[in-house]
Ligand binder design. Structure first.
Ligand SMILES: NC(=O)c1ccc[n+]([C@@H]2O[C@H](COP(=O)([O-])OP(=O)(O)OC[C@H]3O[C@@H](n4cnc5c(N)ncnc54)[C@H](O)[C@@H]3O)[C@@H](O)[C@H]2O)c1
Length: 440
């Protein structure tokens, strides 16, 4: 099948590579010429486990191509995935300009039947707008080329994106055009060989499903973070509470980890956008989600607060080693990462910071630029030298079982402030550390 993917970011590149992997003929379009140059030269612009090899394999096999040429991209695929960004607008609602620009390009240039698939996370009603934008462009040209618009939200997780795409829990297809549904079933058949995971819904339900899923997951995290803060005050251990409630199959263990706040390109913006959709279009005040967002904003300051509680409000002259910059492990994505608030808070209080992350340091340098007081180290241990405390922000595997003797020898004082509850407090304290975690 000939497929075009519009937008070659985290979602677009993974979609393109995985669709090529099962034999399709894929053309990925992006407006960013630098991204396309990197890809054409055999590199990839993001870190995602397994992706580079898959991209290289499919480029070599002649099934995966990249371009900045819009006309070529529109002409290529019967299926046109739109996977461009939908960043928050000033009021928190999703900014639809990129999605609608992509739709207009398709309408302006298409000459035969197209299935236009919204894969970006878009507010309910967007498919109607995409439909109208294409219809408008066709009308301007005085042609009546047939097309269908489908909502197919993406549920992949950064850090496990290839695995998630190749073995999806579910594939949501919101459509009312039988030919389009047939095509969507055909292109997703290779990803669900042992049982049918494709759920066909109406378009609006598909659009809302994506927001509902992310809002639910964000709610679990904020709920646990608030309970963790309470557990600390009450002298309980949130990790024991987590296991106690997770064992209830109605609750389950997933997404119950307290920490220093959720970040990334999805939860913060999708929670905001859903609140805005409800308030604007439907006149409904989503009280639970408003609280979820507030709790998360507060939680992103928890590590700075703990450092200040222990080392003083004024951190002038204090030096902090910080492990983890990415918003979660196995990605270099720093969008809305808790490390950004933590570093900003520590620097504002007068501290200096040396940070280490296995893959996100280049991205951090792009995000922070030349930030006085912030330096980077080549290894976790090099980051520790002469620091007054070690602060852990991201739960990378390589931080899970460190050499505590080395940490103690490098730090000025044996103080660990752990935003991800990586260690057994009894064990770490027995090694001679003062250990502050979340909710324990
Ligand atoms: N990142 C995730 O984990 C994830 C998961 C599920 C859904 N989503 C959703 O998928 C969408 C894309 O997210 P992302 O993280 O891949 O974004 P991204 O910023 O990594 O990539 C978007 C790409 O689209 C390109 N682009 C913008 N306008 C374009 C146009 N008119 N034509 C061609 N290319 C264009 C940009 O240059 C960029 O490379 C968002 O709506 C997001 O909410 C993301």
């Amino acid at each position: 099948m000939k497929i075009t993917v519009v937008g070659t970011g985290y979602v677009g590149l993974v979609t393109g590579a995985c669709m090529a992997e099962v034999g399709n003929d894929i053309l990925c379009l992006d407006v960013n010429p630098e991204k396309i140059r990197v890809l054409e030269e055999g590199g990839i612009p993001i870190y995602e486990p397994g992706l580079q090899e898959m991209v290289q394999r499919n480029v070599a096999a002649g099934r995966l191509h990249f371009t900045t040429d819009v006309a070529r991209a529109v002409n290529h695929g019967t299926i046109q995935f739109i996977a461009v960004g939908t960043p928050p607008d000033e009021d928190g609602s999703a900014d639809m300009q990129y999605v609608l620009a992509a739709a207009r390009s398709i309408g302006r240039l298409m000459t035969d039947y197209k299935v236009v698939v919204d894969k970006s996370t878009v507010p309910v009603g967007t498919a109607d707008k995409v439909n109208a934008a294409i219809a408008d462009e066709l009308q301007k040209r005085g042609v009546q080329t047939p097309y269908a618009v489908v909502s197919n939200p993406e549920f992949l997780k950064e850090g496990a994106a290839v695995e998630d795409f190749m073995r999806p829990d579910r594939i949501i297809v919101g459509a009312n055009d039988e030919q389009a549904i047939l095509l969507m079933r055909a292109i997703y058949a290779p990803f669900q060989r042992n049982r049918d995971r494709l759920i066909v819904t109406d378009v609006r339900s598909a659009e809302l499903t994506k927001y509902a899923a992310n809002a639910m997951l964000a709610t679990r995290i904020s709920f646990m973070n608030e309970l963790a803060n309470l557990a600390e005050k009450l002298g309980a251990d949130i990790e024991m509470v987590r296991q106690g409630i997770g064992s209830d199959p109605r609750i389950g263990y997933d997404f119950l980890y307290p920490g220093c706040g959720y970040g990334g390109s999805c939860f913060p913006k999708d929670v905001k956008a859903l609140i805005q959709t409800a308030a604007g279009d439907a006149g409904i005040d989503l009280k639970v989600l408003t609280a979820v967002e507030e709790a998360n904003d507060a939680q992103k300051h928890v590590l700075t607060r703990k450092v200040q509680t222990r080392l003083g409000q004024d951190l002038s002259g204090k030096h902090i080693a910080l492990w983890g910059l990415a918003f979660k492990p196995n990605t270099d994505d720093m969008r809305e990462a808790p490390s950004r608030e933590t570093i900003a808070g520590l620097l504002a209080a007068g501290a200096t910071v040396t940070a280490y992350d296995p893959v996100a340091m280049e991205e951090a340098q792009r995000v922070f630029g030349q930030m006085p007081g912030l330096t980077y180290a080549e290894s976790p241990n090099l980051a520790l030298a002469g620091a007054d405390a070690l602060v852990i922000v991201t739960e990378w595997k390589e931080f899970r079982s460190p050499d505590f003797d080395v940490i103690k020898a490098q730090l000025k004082q044996p103080l660990i402030i752990d935003g991800r509850n990586l260690y057994d407090p009894k064990f770490v304290r027995a090694q001679g550390f003062e250990y502050l975690a979340i909710g324990r």
